[in-house]
Design a protein around this ligand. Sequence first.
Ligand SMILES: O=C(O)CCC(=O)C(=O)O
Ligand SMILES: [Fe+2]
Length: 406
Amino acid sequence: MGEVDSAFIQAIEHRPKLAVTEADGIPLIDLSPLNSSDSNAIARLATEIGDACKNWGFFQVINHGVPLDCREKIESASRTFFTQSLEEKSNVRRGELSPMGYYDGEHTKNVRDWKEVFDFVVQIPTLIPASHEPDDKELKMLHNQWPVCKRFNEFFKDKTSFLRLNYYPCCPVPHLALGVGRHKDAGALTVLAQDDVGGLEVKRKTDGEWIRVKPTPNAYIVNVGDIIQVWSNDKYESVEHRVMVNSEKERFSIPFFFNPAHYTMVEPLKELLDDHQNRAKYEAFNWGKFVAARNLSNFKKLDLMDHVLFAEGFRCTMPMLGGSHAITYRFQSCCTGIAEAVETYSAAIKDVSVGLQEVPPLKSIQDKANAFSENLRSDQTTATGKVQDGLQYLSYVVVSTSMPAA
Ligand SMILES: O=C(O)CCC(=O)C(=O)O
Ligand SMILES: [Fe+2]
């Protein structure tokens, strides 16, 4: 029997002959009279169909009015679906709870059919009895399971992508300044065109060295942003990069930031997760709110989070906090004044009170901040610097106390 599972083998009396008899007796019926108002033609058609049903119980129809492109689309979708790997198809495998979807183990009269199927209901939900028991009146709802062939399309329907034209003038102190300080791109992907001057440097993952990206005529540089890091649950990391400037040559570059719709909730893709090795490393966050928070700080010196992975604030390092986003958000918005900072401190400390030993008591922070506020209100820069230090300290304490003891 070679490789074929014996479950597929029909009993001798049911095995098909390989020679095929074309059933040209099966009626071919033209439905075009349905489009006319000729009642005689319609009556003749009805008779024709009646005869076919009586004599054959089968017939074919033409001129039926179903658009050809509909048919072509579903045929092509079907082909695409079934040519996927078994693993892919199994993502929508039907089961007891969800009987719609993919299946490859159908049996007819107890012999396994040599086929795969994909079932979907037309009415959503479709109601059917929950069991075969005659007295069981319970109904259950059938929903469809659709393959996610175009997994990312939904995120980019109303994308917030944008282009930027960068101009880096000649700089007299290229050893002291940077065209863009070290950072990671917050979006999904960046596609960058750079001229032939060069200056972009990428932090090599293996040893942290800054490596120059050599300009290649007509090439585009593509880098993974924070969103892909989160979607991939850290499989693809957003990499730090920076731009060196040049005392002799000005430089131009054109990044395209490929970003999802503002309402996208960014979180690790469910199909990559399980309850064991692959738990979600990030909490969901709203992309639009995230951008708004960043824009609020307007990339000024205050914007500490721009120097680190933006999404890092959503990493699940603090289970007792339900993630650190509470702090991050406040972190983002606090830097406008001391009062907000105190509020941030208070709120954050309240959040982390469980399991925290080293955070200074709220009262003392508040006292310090008040004194600080009085003395330094005239010097906003210094004040906010201190606030940042304080918040950094707080984050440090929060992170360190939430790490499991070594
Ligand atoms: O100018 C470059 O080469 C890169 C610019 C960049 O990293 C950015 O704008 O995010
Ligand atoms: Fe960048």
